[in-house]
Design a protein around this ligand. Structure first.
Ligand SMILES: Cc1cc2nc3c(=O)[nH]c(=O)nc-3n(C[C@H](O)[C@H](O)[C@H](O)COP(=O)(O)O)c2cc1C
Length: 372
């Protein structure tokens, strides 16, 4: 697959789409994606032509390539049939919540074109876990799926009710075939920010594990804003509970280093920042979790990735797979093909398999430190 389609998107489609409200474009994208079915034969050819060089393993499941769709793009599991046509190797559906809610008032998604970034204040809108589970059990998913679950964003769902709510979501989806479930304790757009406290995460996990009879691998999705003390505590708790790993990470509440004028940014108000401005912190989070995790736990990286070189940097920092969302807004639906192609060329150049590349930067820097 060549990149002319990405060039076409950036040059001709993006200027038109950027005249529309971002959420309207998102809905339009959902309506248009089925049209990609005309590329089915071409895509199958591309997949079959790929060597196993790009394949990776998440929680024991082999994936054709390491580029996944991040949570939030397909919250309700309506696109699973078409995601392979975009070049994805897997997708994280959700966040799903126990109760269907409309989320925060609109407008709640804002582009920051000077930064290739987005601020979203969606507030976990969605059809509800039960409805999504029914849809997914009838779907013909084109790529392996993971499920991201979060707490229902209602003012009444706090404290012990928040824990019960998480468990209700997990109960609704736990019999679906999935690579892993990701427990989202890091959404910045909810009524309750205390979820990021380690005791709450611990209680949520303990209760979920009690009903996890199929031993679905569990990941925790962390915030790139987390401090070292929280990360240390989460790492300890994750090893105690036998978690499969960490998604690193979610959107950020930081507004540091933006090129967008500060009056424009402050007019937007609260919300999670995504795209290249959060990349450094997401990378820092990956490096820290790579140092803190147990040998068999894994990292799925997410935050500002838009090309193969960046994907490689996260993989070398310890990630076994990467995910994208905001890059699709700025570079179009075929970005996964570009990332895979560029990543494949880097791996060829370095004569590394993807598996060997995972954590290679961390290994290199610790050997250098031992020598010096
Ligand atoms: C509009 C929007 C909605 C999102 N919704 C969710 C969500 O429901 N659950 C979740 O865990 N992350 C959600 N995210 C965060 C993404 O999954 C991802 O962690 C974050 O955007 C960083 O990746 P990126 O820079 O490639 O976008 C959302 C992001 C955006 C832009």
């Amino acid at each position: 697959m060549n990149d002319s389609r990405q060039g076409f998107y950036e040059r001709y489609l993006r200027p038109l789409l950027f005249r529309m409200d971002p959420e309207e474009v998102h809905l339009l994208a959902h309506q248009m994606l089925p049209a990609l079915s005309i590329l089915k034969t071409q895509t199958e050819f591309w997949y079959n032509d790929q060597s196993t060089r790009l394949s990776t393993n998440i929680a024991g499941r082999v994936l054709r390539n390491p580029v996944g769709l991040a949570a939030g793009f397909d919250k309700n599991g309506t696109l699973t049939e078409y995601l392979k046509l975009m070049g994805f190797g897997f997708a994280e559906i959700g966040s799903v919540t126990a109760v269907s809610t409309k989320g925060n008032p609109k407008p709640r998604v804002f582009r920051l074109p000077e930064d290739d970034a987005v601020i979203n204040y969606m507030g976990l809108n969605g059809d509800g876990a039960q409805r999504v589970a029914e849809r997914l059990s009838a779907a013909h998913a084109s790529v392996p799926l993971a499920l991201n679950i979060a707490k229902t964003n209602l003012p009444s769902v706090v404290g012990d009710r928040a824990i019960e709510d998480f468990v209700a979501s997990f109960r609704a989806v736990k019999d679906l075939p999935m690579i892993y479930a990701s427990i989202n304790v890091s959404c910045p757009n909810t009524h309750e920010t205390k979820l990021a406290e380690v005791n709450t995460i611990d209680s949520v996990l303990s209760e979920i594990i009690k009903i996890n009879h199929k031993n679905i691998p569990l990941f925790v999705k962390l915030s790139p804003d987390s401090d070292d003390v929280l990360l240390n505590n989460v790492a300890e708790m994750a090893s105690r509970h036998g978690l499969a790993g960490f998604v690193c990470g979610n959107t950020s509440t930081s507004r540091a280093g933006l090129k967008t004028p500060s009056d424009v940014v402050s007019k937007i108000g609260p919300g999670g920042l995504s795209g290249p401005p959060i990349r450094e912190n997401a990378l820092r989070l990956c490096r820290q979790m790579h140092r803190m995790k147990t040998a068999d736990q894994q990292i799925i990286a997410c935050g500002g990735i838009t090309g193969g070189a960046e994907a490689f940097e996260f993989i070398a920092a310890g990630a076994s797979a990467i995910e994208i969302y905001t890059g699709l807004v700025y570079h179009g639906p075929f970005l996964p093909f570009t990332i895979n192609r560029e990543l494949g060329a880097i791996l060829d150049d370095k004569r590394l398999s993807l598996e060997d590349a995972v954590g290679s930067a961390a290994t290199a820097s610790s050997s250098a430190a031992r020598i010096s």
